[in-house]
Each structure stands twice: as structure tokens, then as C-alpha cells.
Design a protein around this ligand. Structure first.
Ligand code: ACO
Length: 466
């Protein structure tokens, strides 16, 4: 069993401080575990209760007549050490310490004692000062955040609790599928590097996203050497907050970590193959693309659009993000010309014009999919009365599926600009394996990181072979 298996695949969980009162943190964690569908054993621990949410409660962990892999600690700070000792004597493997009141408020001594005591019994500690952990393949929602996390293949590690909890709700709204959510808090023991290393081997995770404020003093070089290995296995996207001087000072007082010089972080992350996003929206835009799409086999990218303006904006963005727009030779232009009126343009952007219907899009996209010299496709759509967005979405999904049956797989991102019916069509695309965004720049940006990551892997592999 790997060290962190007990954190992601526990066979049983005790909740120390499982309150009888709805609305209290320990109660809501227990409720989330049950209602989200965790199928293994769950044991509430509370000396003042007989039964909570219909489950027998135990006065202490030691009285549980079963092995306990994970214990979630949700009692006030002054009671934590006694609870840790109880867990240690029981043989618990990992502690998820929700409780606040440790190093984040200057109580380093208590935090040091917590880790020391846990290690004495061979236990590992996540936290303290966290909202918990989610692992969707096990239907485990051990948090006091929103319940119905959408399963998927994006792992999300967060150093900020409040932001993490807020983003849990946002991912549900945006239909972003997650494999894991890990709240790191004070990182007294288990840190971001160790969790990333574990998730690099997790078959249910395709991409790792991290909201990072800073690292503990002295852990920077280990972080980078671990991440260098992780990024060879899976893409890692980081939002590193505290970019400005004032932001760095705010980060230092938030989690007690060193935000450090942003330039140094930036260069180091680049070297380690980490993709740095500017904000969480960009991070999840990129993550969605990695979760759904194959990596590019080359750099030649075409834009297919029904609107000249959208095409121009996407062209600017391609320039900004280093996406190479392919100049189609005559024979390729001739193929595209079949699907546009005489006033369209078969150059790149391929402009099907406002007369395009889902059929023209379908045919042009299929040409691009089956053309070996084209590696990546960006489809843009401006809502017109002659092209129903849902019909277009279905046509695009069909084109991609048909190509796949012929063993042709290429990354394709889509931008759809319009109103309510366009939003529905984008949801359909996202649910059916094509990442869709509301503006061209976001579709180009998502494509650009796929290309950048593929380029990075190629470079590192070439260097290693030398
Ligand atoms: N073992 C087990 N249970 C016990 C024990 C014990 N030794 N002693 C008391 N309990 C029971 C209590 O009786 C209570 O149950 P009840 O409500 O049925 O009586 C339950 O455990 C909880 O104890 P309380 O004293 O009521 O503590 P409370 O729930 O108010 O607070 C908590 C505990 C949530 C851990 C609090 O101290 C704390 O740290 N809150 C902050 C948590 C947080 O925000 N973490 C960071 C998240 S990230 C973010 O920013 C969102």
C-alpha cells in the first residue's frame, strides 16, 4: 500500500467531532460522505452522541470494532492532540485535520506537536486548517463544501480553503469533471509535491491543477525536482497567486508560506514543465482541454469560422499564444473551397461565411481531420439564423467520432458566441468530448497549452535520448 492510499482509497473513515447538529462542520462532513455515496465504512466519533444521521456513534476512535484507515479531525484545537493520540493507538494511517488555530495564527508549537505525535504512531497528516478531501472514483466527499461534485479526470489541489470550497460549487455549475479535490491548508506534513506525485500515478487523473500561494521555506528544490517528474507523466497547471509585491505579502500572512520572488517562481516553474495560468478560469479552461483531447502530433493549426471578425480575433490570439497557423497549399484550399460561397476564404482562417450551415462546418472539419498536414483545429461560430447551434454541435461531435473510428484523433477546440441556445450547445460539446468556450481567445489559449505541453515533452525526451 502506498503512503497516500489511505487518503484517496481508505477502507474506512472515522469522523472525530461528528456533531449531532446540522450546519456544524463535523455534521456536514458526515452528511456529505453518506449522501455522496461513499460505499465503505463510516464511523462517527462523539462522546456525547449515540447515533448521528442514523449511524451508530462511538465515544472514542479506539472503541470502533474495525480497522480505521482515515480519521477526519473536526474538534476544537485544544482537543486535537488527545484525538491524535487516540487515533495513533487505534492504528489509523492518515489524519485529515480540519481544525484551524495552528501556524496560520502563530501557533507553530501546537502544529509541531501535532505532526510529531502523528509521526510517532506512523500516521501522516493532511492540514491542519483545511476543508477536506474528495476522490470521486470512490464517491468520497470528505469535505464540508458542496456535495454533488461532478466526476471527471481533473485533479484540483488548493492551498486556499475558502477559494477551494467556492470553486467546488463553480465546477458543478460549469460542468467541470473532477477526480480529486485536496485542501492543503498549512501543509504541516503532506505537501503539494507529495499529493501531485501520488496523482501522477492515479489512473483516474489526466491533468493536475494547483492553486498555489507559496512553499514552505527549504522545500522549493524538492518541489521542483518532484514536479519535473510529474510533468513528464501528466500536465500540471498552476495558478500561483502573490504575483505582485503586495499580493506576496498577503499570501505570506494567509498561509504562512513564502511567496518568494515571482520572477524566480516563474522561471523555475517553466523549467519544471509546469503550465502557469493567470487565473482560475484559465486554469480550468486548459484543464478541460487536457482532460478531453489527445495531445497534438504537430503544430499546424487551422481556424474554421463563419465570421470574419471572430477569425481575426482568433488570429491575433494565435500570434499572442504562439500557435502556428498553417498556410494551406492550393490543393488543401481547393478542398475547403467546396464548402463555401465564392466570397468565402479557403485561407487560414477558413471563412465559411455567414451562409454556413452545420453541413458546411461538418464537411470542412472532416476535411481538416482527414488531412495529414493539419494537426490541430479551432472551430469558431457566431450565432446566425441559418446555423442552429445545437445542430452544429451534433455535427461536430459526429465528425470527430467518425474520424476516431478511422483511428484519426486530433485536438479540436471550439468557440461559440451567442445567447442561451449557444450556451446549451456548448454544454453538449463539453459533455461529448469537445471543449467549448464562449470567446475565440479562450479556445485558442486552450489549444496553445496543448501544443506547448507536447512541445515540452518532445524537447525533454530528445534531450534525454542524447
Ligand atoms: N471527540 C469527538 N467529538 C468530540 C470530542 C472529542 N474529544 N469533544 C467534543 N466532541 C463533539 C462535540 O460534542 C460536538 O458535537 P455536538 O455538536 O453533537 O455536541 C462536536 O464534537 C464538535 O465539537 P464543538 O466543540 O462543537 O466544535 P465545533 O464544531 O464548533 O468546531 C471545528 C470544531 C469546526 C474544528 C472548529 O474548531 C474549527 O477549527 N473551525 C474552523 C475550520 C475551518 O475553517 N478549517 C479550514 C477550512 S478552509 C476554509 O477556509 C473554508
Amino acid at each position: 500500500m502506498k503512503t497516500l492510499d489511505a487518503l484517496f482509497n481508505p477502507r474506512s473513515i472515522a469522523i472525530v467531532g461528528a456533531s449531532r447538529k446540522p450546519g456544524k462542520i463535523g455534521h456536514e462532513i458526515l452528511r456529505n460522505l453518506i449522501e455522496y455515496g461513499f460505499s465503505k465504512k463510516v464511523y462517527p466519533v462523539n462522546p456525547n452522541a449515540q447515533e448521528i444521521l442514523g449511524i451508530k456513534s462511538y465515544p472514542i476512535v479506539k472503541s470502533i470494532p474495525d480497522e480505521v484507515d482515515m480519521a477526519i479531525i473536526s474538534v476544537p484545537a485544544e482537543k486535537v492532540l488527545d484525538a491524535v493520540k487516540d487515533c495513533g493507538e487505534k492504528g489509523v494511517k492518515v489524519l485529515v485535520v480540519i481544525t484551524s488555530g495552528f501556524s496560520e495564527v502563530g501557533n507553530e508549537e501546537l502544529e509541531r506537536k501535532l505532526v510529531e505525535l502523528a509521526h510517532k504512531y506512523g500516521m501522516r497528516v493532511l492540514g491542519p486548517n483545511i476543508f477536506g478531501v474528495v476522490y470521486t472514483p470512490q464517491r468520497m466527499n470528505a469535505t464540508f463544501g458542496p456535495r454533488d461534485i461532478l466526476p471527471g479526470s481533473i485533479a484540483f489541489i488548493t492551498q486556499s480553503g475558502a477559494l477551494g470550497i467556492a470553486l467546488m460549487g463553480w465546477t458543478i455549475l460549469e460542468e467541470i469533471g473532477l477526480s480529486a479535490i485536496v485542501s492543503m491548508g498549512n501543509m504541516a506534513d503532506i505537501d503539494v509535491a507529495e499529493v501531485s506525485e501520488y496523482l501522477a500515478d492515479d489512473p483516474n487523473t489526466k491533468v493536475i491543477t494547483i492553486y498555489l500561494e507559496g512553499l514552505k521555506p527549504g522545500t522549493g528544490s524538492r518541489f521542483l525536482s518532484v514536479m519535473r517528474k510529474v510533468t513528464m507523466r501528466k500536465p500540471v497547471i498552476v495558478v500561483k497567486a502573490g504575483r505582485s509585491e503586495r499580493g506576496a505579502a498577503a499570501a505570506a500572512s494567509h498561509t504562512g508560506s513564502l511567496a518568494g520572488s515571482d520572477k524566480v517562481y516563474d522561471a523555475a516553474m517553466k523549467q519544471a514543465g509546469i503550465l502557469r495560468a493567470l487565473n482560475v478560469e484559465e486554469m480550468f479552461d486548459w484543464a478541460r482541454a487536457f482532460a478531453l483531447l489527445p495531445l497534438p502530433k504537430g503544430e499546424n493549426t487551422v481556424i474554421i469560422t463563419n465570421g470574419g471578425g471572430a477569425g481575426v480575433m482568433a488570429t491575433d490570439a494565435a500570434e499572442d499564444y504562439g500557435v502556428k497557423l498553417y498556410d494551406p497549399p492550393e490543393d488543401v484550399k481547393k478542398k475547403f473551397r467546396k464548402y463555401m460561397p465564392w466570397f468565402g476564404s479557403p485561407k487560414n482562417p477558413v471563412d465559411l461565411t455567414g451562409m454556413a450551415t452545420p453541413k458546411e462546418y461538418y464537411c470542412a472539419v472532416k476535411e481538416a481531420l482527414y488531412e495529414d498536414r493539419i494537426h490541430n483545429i479551432i472551430v469558431l461560430y457566431c450565432r446566425t439564423a441559418v446555423c442552429d447551434p445545437m445542430e452544429l454541435a451534433k455535427a461536430l461531435v459526429n465528425a470527430v467520432r467518425e474520424a476516431k473510428r478511422d483511428d484519426i484523433e486530433k485536438p479540436i477546440t471550439v468557440a461559440m458566441i451567442g445567447g442561451e441556445d449557444v450556451a446549451k450547445a456548448m454544454k453538449y460539446l463539453n459533455r461529448n468530448g469537445i471543449p467549448a468556450y464562449p470567446i475565440p481567445e479562450r479556445a485558442v489559449s486552450a489549444m496553445s497549452v496543448l501544443i506547448r505541453y507536447a512541445r515540452y515533452l518532445k524537447q525533454v525526451r530528445e534531450v534525454k535520448n542524447v
